[in-house]
Design a protein around this ligand. Structure first.
Ligand code: SRM
Ligand code: SF4
Length: 522
């Protein structure tokens, strides 16, 4: 019998399946949804190890080796928008765990809850369902939280309000938050971002699929839709910006359909071998961009329009949305609050919910800079809002180095971490803010290991955790990245220094900030 080349290729892929593929083939991650009551009764110690440390992540339930028995619950927060009602429910959940309970705003404008006990999960999920919340498919080989401009629908410079589209894409992928076996066995994690403004507020270029606003014929009177980029990703082995698919789609359900098609092509053709080579970009390179595009078209059953020659992103850099901003709705304002490294407690969450109800329309928004926005505050209520205690705590005008600080979870909760990040990043930024005057914000991003969850490559100064030897001892250290640009001419930063011991960072940064960012001693 002659075996066709395509069969051979499939067999080659089959033969080289990685260990994650083996356990997914035995039992899909989503299957543990029906076992939650049983797990809660058994207690976490008695659960099969693969279910505990692997499959539960399909439901957003993350076992933490650093804090055994105290789970992390990763939500889905489409577009980073939530109501005060939802925030209060999440605060109640966290509050139950006393000192263990806290939450983090993530680099995908999402919330992660900490200290959660497995025995409470069935009840928590019932409450999520009533409140319209879900944590479904938020970890492992699934599509992560879908991001969009945090000021969609309210920003003066908006082109397309993408909120409805983001929700539709999430609902398609997760079957309205119930879980969807069609997309629970992707070859790897997957990120989608839909930008609708003139600034790239969500680092869309580092997503597996990015939608960028674009006029069809590059003429502002022509139809507004999106150019589609594909394949952006960060990993320990390789980091790449997304590349143009050479496709323009209208701002309607075609966005949902092209996401479905790309995910299907990825699911059915992506490599399931070496885990470090399984993100979408590897498949695009293996197939060739034209063949990949043709496969997406075949899946959709349409011919895609070629990309508009230019996209409509005009802003260099990006706003951090902190402070008071007039909305496009006359007489209304949004106020961005600075939440240091995104770390909050139940009391803070209750306060954000209260502020949103008393002064706004009950809505809260989260940003990829790990901050919060309270929108829809009338002019007449603004002064009173600004006098509120939480607004003093979460400053609207923080010092420049603290202002733009972003940090991944680090060793406090993450097993991959090579260093502690959040507390160190915050303490160092505050120290440098007290010793130096810098007349521009300097975007500093920290990440605890090469997985790059804290996106050091998009920062003015990025820190990537590693180890160094100093005085004969192993110490926590960072590789330093510089030159990351965001917005119209986005580009990834490059490593400029290797293995700088964290204890030396204050003086290294003082020099860097003085030489490259015009800082002067106070
Ligand atoms: Fe991440 C794995 C935290 C954004 C790339 N990431 C992890 C895990 C789940 C590892 C683990 O099980 O401990 C971390 C959970 C720690 C914890 O307890 O919080 C983790 N990632 C995070 C968050 C919370 C960082 C933060 O402090 O904000 C972000 C959650 C986003 C969300 O709401 O879903 C987070 N992770 C990112 C990003 C940034 C982004 O999406 O813009 C990236 C780089 C972009 C990308 O994925 O292309 C990122 N995380 C990774 C990777 C490397 C992926 C790869 O292809 O190799 C891993 C490890 C893996 O998947 O094998 C990882
Ligand atoms: Fe953990 Fe590394 Fe991601 Fe930081 S970058 S959250 S240390 S996996």
């Amino acid at each position: 019998m002659v075996t066709s080349p395509s069969v051979l290729k499939t067999e080659k892929k089959e033969a080289k399946k990685n260990k994650f593929e083996k356990y997914k083939a035995e039992k899909d991650g989503l299957a543990v949804k029906s076992e939650l009551d049983k797990f809660a009764e058994m207690g976490w110690e008695a659960i099969d190890k693969t279910d505990l440390t692997g499959r539960l992540k399909w439901l957003g339930v993350f076992y933490r080796e650093v804090t055994p028995g105290k789970f992390m619950l990763r939500m889905r927060m489409p577009h980073g928008v939530l109501s005060s009602h939802k925030m209060r429910l999440l605060a109640e959940i966290v509050q139950r765990y006393g000192d263990d309970g806290c939450a983090d705003i993530t680099t995908r404008q999402n919330l992660q809850l900490r200290g959660v006990r497995l025995e409470d999960i069935p009840d928590i999920f019932r409450r999520f369902e009533q409140a319209g919340l879900t944590s479904m498919q938020s970890g492992m080989d699934n599509v992560r939280n879908i991001t969009g401009s945090p000021v969609a629908g309210i920003a003066a410079n908006e082109l397309i309000d993408t909120q409805g589209l983001v929700i539709k894409v999430q609902d398609m992928i997760t079957n309205n938050g119930e879980g969807n076996y069609d997309f629970t066995n992707l070859p790897r994690k997957f990120n989608i971002a839909i930008e609708g403004s003139r600034e790239d507020s969500i680092h869309s270029e580092i997503n597996d699929i990015a939608f960028i606003p674009a006029f069809k014929d590059s003429d502002e009177s022509s139809e507004l839709g999106f150019n589609v980029l594909v394949g952006g990703f960060f990993s320990a082995r390789r980091c790449d910006s997304a590349i143009p698919l050479n496709a323009w789609v209208p701002a309607d359900d075609t966005v949902v359909e092209i996401c479905r098609a790309i995910l299907t092509v990825f699911r059915d053709n992506g490599s399931r071998g070496n885990r470090q080579q399984t993100r979408l970009m590897w498949l695009i390179e293996e197939m060739g961009l034209d063949a990949f595009r043709a496969a997406v078209e075949a899946q959709m059953g349409i011919t895609l329009s070629p990309a508009a020659p230019e996209d409509a992103i005009t802003e260099e850099g990006k706003s951090d949305h902190l402070g008071v901003h007039s909305q496009k709705q006359p007489g209304l304002n949004y106020v961005g609050l600075h939440i240091p490294v995104g770390h909050i407690f139940a009391d803070d969450m209750f306060e954000l919910a209260r502020l949103a109800e008393v002064y706004g329309n009950g809505e809260i928004r989260l940003t990829v800079e790990q901050n919060a926005i309270i929108p829809n505050i009338p002019d007449s209520r603004l002064e009173a809002f600004l006098q509120e205690a939480p607004v003093q705590k979460f400053s609207i005008n923080p010092a420049p180095l603290s202002r733009s600080l972003v940090s991944c979870t680090g060793s406090r909760f993450c097993n991959f971490a090579l260093i502690e990040t959040k507390q160190r990043a915050q303490a160092l930024a505050e120290k440098l803010d007290s010793s130096l005057s810098v007349d521009q914000p300097v975007r500093m991003h920290w990440t605890g290991c090469p997985n790059s969850c804290g996106q050091p490559q998009v920062a003015d100064i990025g820190f990537l955790g590693t180890k160094a030897r100093k005085d004969g001892k192993s110490v926590e250290a960072v590789d330093i990245y510089m030159g990351g640009k965001v917005g119209k001419h986005a580009q990834l930063g490059e490593r400029v220094m290797k293995a700088v011991p964290c204890e030396d960072l204050e003086s290294v940064l003082t020099d860097l900030l003085t030489e490259k960012f015009g800082a002067v001693a106070k």
